[in-house]
Ligand binder design. Structure first.
Ligand code: URA
Length: 189
């Protein structure tokens, strides 16, 4: 069951990220959710609160979901990597991207979540989740918003990660519109 997975993931030592992190940030949502959203890795806020997408990226995601007519509570939200990775600079913890070994070590948890929840629709937020699902040749800039079939009956698509939009400078608005449109395209599938 999902609760058992979450409990086991608490004590995961499959890569070194557990040590400096506050806690494992496991996925969250109904065990029978039809839609699963997969992000990259927890940030500072997620690390402190133990829940995915509760910081600035989460607030943007909430707004986009609302505009797309999707209810966050009905979705299963998770990440490719379940621990916060950072560099300590004085009192600040600066976000660092998990490397491929750390991503690979964490893959079993995502695989277990997919097997347990069995969503009909999977959305990758950002390149890390997209490449985990579709392979390393996947390019978000080219293939964003395109639906494809995963396994037997799962429809999957990748779109911008809210954090990438927050960093997007002059392209912010356009990227955000694309995120909302991509999320809207879930409906009716
Ligand atoms: N970014 C992610 O990819 N996941 C989170 O949970 C928060 C920010």
């Amino acid at each position: 069951a999902l609760v058992t997975l979450r409990r086991k993931a608490k004590d995961c030592r499959a890569c070194p990220l557990w040590k400096p992190a506050t806690q494992t940030v496991f996925g969250d949502g109904p065990a029978d959710a039809a839609i699963m959203l997969i992000g990259e890795q927890p940030g500072l806020h997620e690390d402190m609160q133990g829940e995915p997408f509760v910081g600035p990226a989460g607030r943007m995601l909430d707004r986009a979901l609302q505009e797309a007519g999707l209810e966050r509570e009905a979705l299963y939200l998770t990440n490719t990597v379940k621990h916060f990775k950072y560099a300590q600079r004085g009192t600040a913890k600066l976000h660092k991207r998990a490397n491929s070994a750390e991503q690979a070590a964490c893959r079993m948890w995502l695989a277990a979540e997919l097997a347990r929840v069995q969503p009909r629709i999977v959305v990758a937020l950002g390149a890390m989740a997209a490449q985990t699902l579709f392979g390393n040749a996947f390019r978000l800039t080219r293939e964003r918003g395109e639906w494809r079939v995963l396994g037997e009956c799962v429809q999957a698509m990748a779109t911008w990660h809210p954090s990438a939009i927050l960093r997007g400078r002059e392209r912010k608005d356009a990227m955000y519109r694309q995120l909302v449109a991509d999320l809207r395209s879930i409906k009716g599938r």
